[in-house]
Every structure is written in structure tokens, then in C-alpha cells.
Design a protein. Sequence first.
Length: 161
Amino acid sequence: MERIYIGMGSNLADPAEQLRSAVEALGQLPQTTLAGVSAFYQSDSLLPGQPRYTNAVAALDSSLAPIELLDALQAIENDQGRERLERWGPRTLDLDILLFGDRLIDEPRLKVPHYQIQERAFVLYPLAELAPQDLRLADGRSLSDLLAACPFVGLERIPTD
Ligand code: ROI
């Protein structure tokens, strides 16, 4: 079993409901237990002219291989109506493998740790709700250093109800 953190995002078709469905689907993956879900956060898109995003992070314990998990996440995205029209376009659901145990993965389809973790408050703050305080990424960076360098700006924590 390895501890895996998944970044979730949506800015179409009732984003909070998309994330709730995604959590449900993650909980049903084979060889996998859902270990936790952060609060949901809203923020403006990093790209102008798109609807606001809702983001959250889920923690999984899984014995799936990284590419098996990636395939499963893409199947969930597709099930929830994801259409790949343009890179960075608005989407019903985005599921990103942020961290996979202490592995460094550099394959064409999958780079872990996710390469934009450090720039993204909407990933770091929900991750920090779930991860141990002293978490280090596989590349040696500490989560607390990344948080200190990434202000909590423009994030709005929303009630999960
Ligand atoms: N902006 C926010 N706030 N949240 C996202 O998940 C997100 N995802 C993206 C881009 C368009 C870069 N902006 C985002 O892909």
C-alpha cells in the first residue's frame, strides 16, 4: 500500500457535485481505500475568461501501479463528461496524481510529484489538511516550505454540507 494524494478540480456543470461524484468513484477503485478528503475551495481560474474552479484533494491508500491508477482516473474523468477540446480548457473534472508514496516518476504520461504543486495554493492548502505536518515530497522539498512560499490568496473555503 502506498499513500497517494489526488488533486481534483472542476469549473463546469455544478463543480462541487462533480467533486462529490469523483470522491465516490475514487472510493470504489480496486485495491484502494479512500483515506480522506479535504475541504472544497473556490478560486478564480489561472486563465482569464473561465468560470471559477472548485478544488479539493483526496488521500488514497492503494496497491495499484501508478499507470493503472492514471488510467482509472482518466476513466472517471471521461465518465463525468470530460471533453478534451483544448489544453487548459474549462472541464467538468480534472484528477491529477500529486504524490505517489515517495516515488519520483518521470514518464511521458505521468510526472510525479506533479510539476505545478508549488505554484498552486488551491493544491497546497487542501493537501496540507490531509498530509502529515512534516511531509517531504520525493524530490526532498518540504510541504511547509512550499506553503510558506505560496500565500493563501484568492482561495475561498466552501461548506461541504
Ligand atoms: N485554476 C484554478 N483555480 N483551479 C484549477 O484547478 C485550474 N486548473 C487549470 C487552470 C486552467 C490552469 N486553472 C485553474 O487547468
